[in-house]
Ligand binder design. Sequence first.
Ligand code: FNR
Length: 355
Amino acid sequence: PLPEDVHTAADYAAHAQRTLDPMAWAYFDATAGDGSASRANRAAWDALKLLPRMLQSLPGLHTECQLLGRSWPTPLLVAPMALQRLAHPDGELAMALAAAAQGAGMVLSCEASLPLETVARAMLGDAARGPLWLQLYPMHDRGVTLDLVRRAEAAGYEALVLTVDAGVRAQRDAERRAGFRLPVGISAVNLPPPGSAVPMGLAERLARAPTWDDVAWLQQQTRLPVLLKGILHPLDAREALRLQVAGLIVSNHGGRTLAAAAATAQALPAIADTVGGAIPLLVDGGIREGADVLRALALGADAVLVGRTVLWALAAAGAAGAAHALRLLRDELALTMAQCGIATPQAAQASLLAR
Ligand code: FNR
């Protein structure tokens, strides 16, 4: 049963905090340092004010979006988030069913707690679903990456998302304070079991950190489109275009990597200028309501990824909760579009924003 006092997706946060054990909550809620990048994400969306157009004729208003040569029901995707069985026993399976039911996309984390094949089977059966992508980290052991790529291809994933902003792992204070450890029975089942966790010095970590060569290498291994996630600098966007990546996701990892990072709404316009519509552009970080989606579209994004907002709903009420949260976001987006005189996501332009 869905909680009766949830009127917007972010209302699920309080329920999740009550439902989850404190260690799981600390893991989901954790940010780098003092959390300033995740607060900045929220503040930057809030600061963007819309200039609605009145008296527009809007029959046939829809939220359909185009990505990688196909049309999808909504410009919403579930962001890749590790270990969703920490949130709910049905984990990523529930999340994928929820996404499919609401026409949203699903980006499965390579650190998922269920087999990637199980999640694909659940999602691909739904004709009204959104895109299904697999997220990878550039790993030191390329054999492990290749194995995941082949499995993703065989299972029907439609693109790979290479997350490039966590090459050097952050310290997450709240997580450390909570003494985070994985409960028995939950792990990143698609990856080989972690070896002995001998802490590495910075020099050693830097020697193993990924570079642009890892992007080019991955592109050579597969015919699946490769998108990059975690781009904030326009010069990186330019380099990505040079390598002919299939798309970019402007992200600061929900504020979980670099506390002093720019808000994504702040970084997006310069990247949209660089990309100039040549490849799909997505953004995430702090998307909590439909108006945030419209703000992102107006800044030049083609679609958005939703992280914690939908994770909270999964934690509070499983697949039904996650589907409800996505439904609320989708309906709020349509309503906000109508209020602004916009009939399609593509019609959202910079002129919609107050200077
Ligand atoms: C993440 N994120 C993430 N990103 C990624 O590329 N691979 C991953 O495995 C994870 N895991 C993960 C776990 C948890 C608990 C969170 C909250 C986040 C980052 C995620 O994809 C996304 O960038 C942010 O969550 C977006 O910010 P919001 O929507 O949570 O504010």
